[in-house]
Design a protein around this ligand. Structure first.
Ligand SMILES: NC(=O)c1ccc[n+]([C@@H]2O[C@H](COP(=O)([O-])OP(=O)(O)OC[C@H]3O[C@@H](n4cnc5c(N)ncnc54)[C@H](O)[C@@H]3O)[C@@H](O)[C@H]2O)c1
Length: 316
């Protein structure tokens, strides 16, 4: 049976994607540099974990040789703040790693490569809503390497016929996130009260960020993979979930956890960053392959809480 391979499959998005693919009856190969395969939940027997580094092409080729791979979901990457503290390593993982995945797909004749890009590929001085025609001038190394990954995928598609498809996601909201990026308040303001701890949001109530709930992120990748080729007019699509204001988030958490202790202590440096984020216009993804998010604020908070309550030890 052909399998799907997920680079970075032990990360936040990769684990959720693997779980969903297994639920759909797929067999999954997780390729990740992390040593300890922290695989929780059902479907473990359908997930094979290979420890490997995408910076080394032979390791990816070896993983492809060992089984028939139908789709590579390429989620392995270095994200901020690590990418910004190690520019050279970020280049190696996010750019060399991506060209290696594409080269391996070409040599191994893998039918599809789905790449996860980001809102961080846009930059400063943007209109409030941006579509795919707006120039990308990223402000950090992470965004710079992801623009490069997108363009590399387009080259491999044009020159070698690799069926490369990509999405640009806004920050993803979900219980399994572990980072301290500026958007982290969105998940910590739910997770900490769910675990009985107080939380201080570091932006103003009126501040709002674009987010995408993890279940929709996973569904978006799977839908793009399944989209009819003839309907695709581009290789890279913007995706939007919903706009989340800090004040609305706090109210929603209190509605579902009446004892939640959430306070506000705005940090001007972080507000400066998030106030520059645009909303991604996803109308082309909607028109061309039927993208539509299912989770808005209340649905996301409810699903998030049920996940944390079902598995509290996974969220220390
Ligand atoms: N989390 C978000 O809000 C968000 C938003 C937009 C796009 N994305 C993209 O989604 C993807 C997954 O992000 P995430 O949030 O799950 O991050 P994460 O850090 O949880 O997962 C990334 C995974 O990549 C693995 N990895 C790192 N270097 C590797 C290497 N050299 N070889 C193999 N694996 C390696 C890590 O071990 C980790 O498991 C990334 O490509 C990221 O750019 C994430």
């Amino acid at each position: 049976m052909p399998k799907d391979l997920i680079t970075g499959g032990l990360g936040f998005l990769g684990r959720a994607l693997a779980r969903k693919l297994v639920e759909m009856g797929k067999e999954v190969v997780v390729f990740d540099v992390v040593e300890e395969p922290k695989w929780e939940g059902h479907g473990k027997e359908k997930v094979k974990t290979i420890r490997g580094d995408i910076v080394h092409l032979p390791l990816i080729l070896e993983a492809l040789k060992a089984q028939e791979i139908e789709t590579i979901y390429h989620a392995g990457a270095l994200l901020p703040p690590v990418s910004e503290q190690n520019l050279h390593t970020a280049f190696a993982v996010n750019v060399q790693g991506t060209v290696n995945v594409l080269e391996a797909a070409r040599l191994g004749r893998v039918p599809k490569v789905i790449f996860v890009s980001t809102i961080a590929t846009y930059g400063l001085g943007l209109p409030p809503v941006v579509n795919e025609d707006i120039p990308q001038r990223p402000r950090n190394m992470y965004g710079t390497t992801k623009v490069c990954g997108e363009r590399l995928g387009e080259q491999y598609h044009r020159r070698h016929g690799v069926n490369f498809r990509a999405v640009r996601f806004p920050p993803i909201l979900g219980a399994g996130r572990r980072d301290t990026a500026p958007s982290a308040f969105s998940y910590l303001a739910i997770r900490e009260p769910a675990l009985g701890r107080p939380y201080t949001i570091y932006v103003e109530r009126k501040d709002s960020i674009p987010v995408l709930y993890i279940q929709d992120a996973v569904q978006g990748l799977i839908s793009l993979n399944g989209a009819e080729e003839s309907r695709l007019k581009r290789r890279v699509y913007n995706i939007h979930g919903f706009s989340l204001s800090a004040g609305d988030l706090a109210e929603m958490v209190k509605k579902h956890i009446p004892a939640a202790q959430i306070s506000f202590q705005p940090d001007p440096a972080i507000m400066d960053i998030i106030r520059g984020w645009p909303v991604l216009d996803d109308s082309r993804a909607r028109q061309e392959w039927g993208w539509q998010p299912e989770y808005l604020l209340e649905g996301s908070v409810k699903d998030f809480l049920s996940e944390v309550r079902a598995n509290p030890s996974a969220y220390p």
